[in-house]
Design a protein around this ligand. Sequence first.
Ligand SMILES: [Fe+2]
Length: 394
Amino acid sequence: MVMEQPIVTAYDFNAPRQIIAGGGTFGKLPQLVKGLKGTNVLVVTDGYLWEQGLVREAISSLSEAGIKSVVFHRISPDPTMGSVLEGLALLRQHSCDAIVALGGGSPIDAAKAISILATNIGPLTRYAGYHQVPNPGMPLIAVPTTAGTGSEATRVAVITDELRQVKMMLFDNALLPDIALVDYRLSMTMPPQLTAYVGIDTLTHGLEAYVSKKRNPLSDPIALSCIGLVGQHLLRAYACPADHVAREGMAIAACQGGLAFSNSSVCLVHGMSRPLGAVYHLAHGLSNAILLPTVTRFSVAGCVARYATAARTMGIAAPELTDIEAADALVYELEAMNRQLNVPRLRDCIGVSRTTFEQSVSKMAADALASGSPQNNPVVPTMSEIEQLYLSCW
Ligand SMILES: [Fe+2]
């Protein structure tokens, strides 16, 4: 007889039921919708993609397979509660029974929120925070077209509450897409600057998942693989947008980054990035990119060995370097990458004076702390340290 032992530690890994990756896999969409018993699909996308051929391609392939569809394309960057409700109304009006999210993090996050509101009573604010969603969402296939947020593989959605000017985070297994369909070819036309920003978002996911206080042995190898792939492919994807190998590397890295942080957590960079997005409407990848070197320099002392491993995995630290030297090399590399990728300073992109910015840092620092993410950081900052970090990025 086996004696029952108390559980000392428990690791939990949650992922989409199926992840399909590779060039050309987008063609499987109708068959995957059918596999989820979908007959009438709400396609959630954004205005830019709506004007491109991709959405039409999706609709006609669904139609040829006998699947009805309706498109909701009024998703802005930083999706709002208002746009989620608009999408939900369309879903109900057309009695849709499945959702396909096509786009970057914004359409995918909005689709996740629509999916849970289709099967749970609103308002959405009721489900903010951790594990608040009672019922599984409507069947959802997430098809990323940017190699960045990794939202196709996470149980997280970030939706802006327009009234309170905050980015509300929802975290629940009900937000996991049923299927992540990762066809790197859909990212080939991304402009270089978007490639840069979402690529740094991916790197931030890998790094924060790897050094987080909530890290675990199941997500560690995936986080490291994400970090290594970004080191190998991001600059190439930026300089040579048509490079299939680099694009595929970044698409896989993005998906892995999502898997890693969804099962570990993000930390201070994301904690500080969301208020910057909410107040100054900076794109998520851009605000992360601005913050990453400064916040990493602040955080290194709390987790030197892991930052050193990250540097070695990226191939930017010679084997003879000590951990402290390798971790330093990582900070210098992040600064160098920002220069190579033409990432601006805050003063160059938020459109307000230094004085106005200074007046906003205390609300942003309070919102950052309230999100809980800074508490996962290797060095847990005080409110005034967060204020200082914002000012350092000016
Ligand atoms: Fe992110």
